[in-house]
Design a binder for this molecule. Structure first.
Ligand code: SF4
Length: 390
């Protein structure tokens, strides 16, 4: 898995990005203040029944089942489940889809409650990449975010995963929260660099509707986030992570050469993937689908022998092309318009070329060969640029 030649791991847009499988584990020990993910606390008595349903739903998949080039267990906190349960789910994925010999198999983990023994078990089960929700290495920032772990716990967890034999380790960070000073952000970045993960994801905090944090902001008890300050924080991440040999390959993602997240590159390359579990989304050959959001409804669907899909839509070539622009332009490599033409045909590209010409003439986008990308200086307005090409 260390070769830079593995497709997707260079972090560049791929015309043929492989096939991914996403598995959603919707459980957490408690809800963090900013979180709007589909996850629930206090459902320990439902873990086993959920695992049974998940395994059954994977095994009865009737869609196309190419061999998976990447598998991603996300949540929630997948590592709340016993290693044996996680291994059973992964075996079901292997039985139904198969996994390529060099498949990237990621599990998300929270720093608390994991140790070397758990990581050794996960490696035995076949996982080869672990992604930690570190978020910050400053106690007051972690408290503000509603996280349960300490900086020391986070660093110990990364060390334990590496000691157990995980070569591919990611640390998720959040910047620009109301509790964080400029020096706090530097402390987090410097601490993470020292821990030597080979991948870092750093996201600006967003205030999501319906979260406790949104209420705190709406009632004036906590100030709103400041986009200009967040842009400065992104620049600091670029500076410190870049100096440590981590290259930014996507707006919010940095990796050592050859260690980009293959599964996420598949998403950004608008590739195909099947999604399993409560609220999981999938996308196969232009058909986008999503599963029942509540764990109990998902389980009930499996028990009744009915579909767990809550909805689906089929996208035409133009909509698929627009979506591929929106996703692919997040990559630092940009996207290859020759490959896009082969995938979606000439017409959806032709209709977007006047906007491309306008944006390139304004210096917001640039060409490298047949690849079109957002100019580095325009990274922080990437969302607006992508929206114009959707
Ligand atoms: S651990 Fe992650 S998924 Fe769970 S509540 Fe916190 S932010 Fe959300």
């Amino acid at each position: 898995m260390s070769s830079v030649a593995v497709a997707g791991r260079t972090g560049e847009w791929l015309e043929s990005p492989g096939f991914g499988v996403y598995v959603h584990i919707p459980f957490c020990t408690h809800r963090c203040h900013y979180c709007d993910f589909n996850t629930y606390s206090g459902m320990e008595d439902q873990y086993e029944v959920y695992v049974e349903a998940l395994v059954a739903d994977i095994l009865r998949w009737e869609g196309p089942a190419p061999m998976a080039s990447s598998v991603f267990f996300g949540g929630g906190t997948p590592t709340l489940l016993p290693v044996g349960s996680l291994a059973r789910i992964l075996t079901a994925v292997r039985d139904r889809f198969g996994c390529a010999p060099d498949a990237e198999i990621t599990i998300e983990a929270n720093p608390e409650g994991t140790g070397e023994k758990v990581f050794a078990g996960l490696l035995d089960a076949g996982f080869n990449r672990v992604s930690f929700g570190v978020q910050s290495l400053v106690p007051s920032v972690l408290t503000g975010l509603g996280r349960m772990h300490s900086p020391a716990t986070a660093l110990r967890a990364i060390a334990a995963a590496r000691a157990a034999g995980f070569d591919d380790v990611n640390a998720d960070l959040i910047y620009g929260s109301p509790w964080e000073s400029t020096s706090d952000w530097r402390v987090s970045l410097e601490g993470i660099v020292e821990a030597e993960p080979n991948h870092v994801s750093a996201y600006a905090l967003t205030i999501e509707e319906g979260t406790p944090l949104a209420t705190l902001v709406a009632t004036g008890r906590v100030p709103d986030v400041d986009p200009d300050l967040q842009a400065d924080r992104h620049g600091t991440a670029e500076e410190l992570l870049g100096a440590a040999g981590l290259e930014r390959y996507e707006i919010s993602n940095w990796a050592r050469p050859g260690r980009a997240c293959r599964h996420n590159v598949l998403y950004w390359s608008a590739g195909d993937y099947a999604g399993f579990g409560a609220g999981a989304h999938g996308h196969v050959a232009g058909r986008r689908s999503w599963r029942r959001r509540l764990p109990r409804d998902f389980v009930a669907g499996v028990d009744a022998g009915t579909s767990t899909e809550a909805g689906a839509e089929v996208l035409d070539a133009d909509a698929r092309c627009g979506e591929a622009f929106m996703l692919g332009l997040r990559l630092a490599s940009g996207l290859d318009l020759a490959g896009m033409g082969r995938r979606y045909g000439a017409e959806p590209l032709a209709t977007r070329m006047p906007v491309v010409q306008e944006l390139t003439s304004r210096g917001l986008m640039e060409w490298e060969g047949s690849c079109l990308r957002i100019a580095p200086s325009a990274t922080m307005v990437a969302g607006d640029i992508c929206a114009r090409l959707l």
